[in-house]
Design a protein around this ligand. Structure first.
Ligand code: B12
Length: 207
């Protein structure tokens, strides 16, 4: 694989930016760099995390390297006229401050061509509703890492229903304590175990 792939895998943001610049100067296309180098690199990072060769610090560094390269590519992706695959509003639910997984999912979705509105952590149901109403999000991604904040996912779906916008959006849920069974119980449209699954599901639901 290329220098960009290696730089992301090693979590070296400076090298990732340099490799991206060099690849573009050599005539590489932004979309190809994302799909052939960056996403496979993050897939490998995810795999290494699962088999406990990588831990949270390595995940964070890789996500930061991916972000650095994406910042260079974003204007080119927009200029290439590629229609965004969908508009995603992502956030960690009310009461929950864990945002590492959410950031990873957001970065991967962005790399996969989605327009991502990052609402941050500790996001109220009303703010998700607002993202649908005023920013036209057609996919909502909810993250929760605490068992005590999982009910906030249900409350968010109920708020979307009450606001009459549930039909306009698909809702994806994830985070370590979340399961497919829970997703079904609260009426979510999908559950993703990791960032790669999130991208596959988002493509399926937004398509
Ligand atoms: C890092 C961490 C923290 C950091 C968070 C820093 C940050 N900026 O995020 C800090 C130190 C602040 C923290 C605080 C607390 N934490 Co904490 N924390 C963790 C830890 C070690 C890692 C979480 C993490 O980032 N994992 C790595 C990421 C990449 O994985 P992930 O989040 O699961 O995300 C992946 C998937 O789940 C999925 N995914 C995530 N979101 C979404 C969304 C969608 C839509 C989809 C499809 C997929 C998806 O994709 C991601 C990428 O593959 C976990 C332990 C653990 N092993 O999970 C405890 C843990 C989550 N924390 C825990 C607790 C209890 C707390 C505190 C209450 C501790 C305290 N007493 O103060 C506070 C709560 C603060 C709050 N209100 O939120 C408990 C939760 C127990 C429970 N079941 O409720 C855990 C499990 C630790 C434990 N074993 O006790 N924590």
């Amino acid at each position: 694989m290329s220098e960009l792939y290696d730089a992301i895998l090693q979590g070296n943001a400076k090298a990732a930016v340099e490799a991206t610049r060099a690849a573009l100067a050599a005539g590489g296309l932004a979309l190809d760099l994302v799909s052939r180098e960056m996403i496979p690199a993050m897939d490998e990072v995810g795999r290494l995390y699962h088999c406990e060769e990588y831990f949270v610090p390595e995940l964070l560094l890789a996500a930061r390297a991916m972000k650095g390269a994406l910042e260079l590519l974003r204007p080119l992706l927009a200029a290439s006229g590629a229609e965004p695959a969908g508009r995603v509003a992502i956030g960690t639910v009310k009461g929950d401050l864990h945002d590492i997984g959410k950031n990873l999912v957001g970065a991967m979705l962005e790399g996969a061509g989605f327009e991502v509105i990052d609402l941050g952590a500790d996001v109220s149901a009303e703010r998700f509703v607002d993202a649908v109403r005023s920013r036209n999000a057609n996919l909502i991604c909810l993250s929760a890492l605490l068992t005590v904040t999982m009910p906030a996912m249900k409350a968010t779906i109920e708020a979307l229903n009450a606001a009459g916008v549930r039909g306009q959006v698909k809702v994806l849920v994830g985070g370590a304590p979340v399961t497919q069974k829970f997703a079904d119980q609260i009426g979510a449209d999908g559950f993703g175990e990791d960032a790669t699954a999130a991208v596959a599901l988002a493509r399926q639901l937004a398509g």
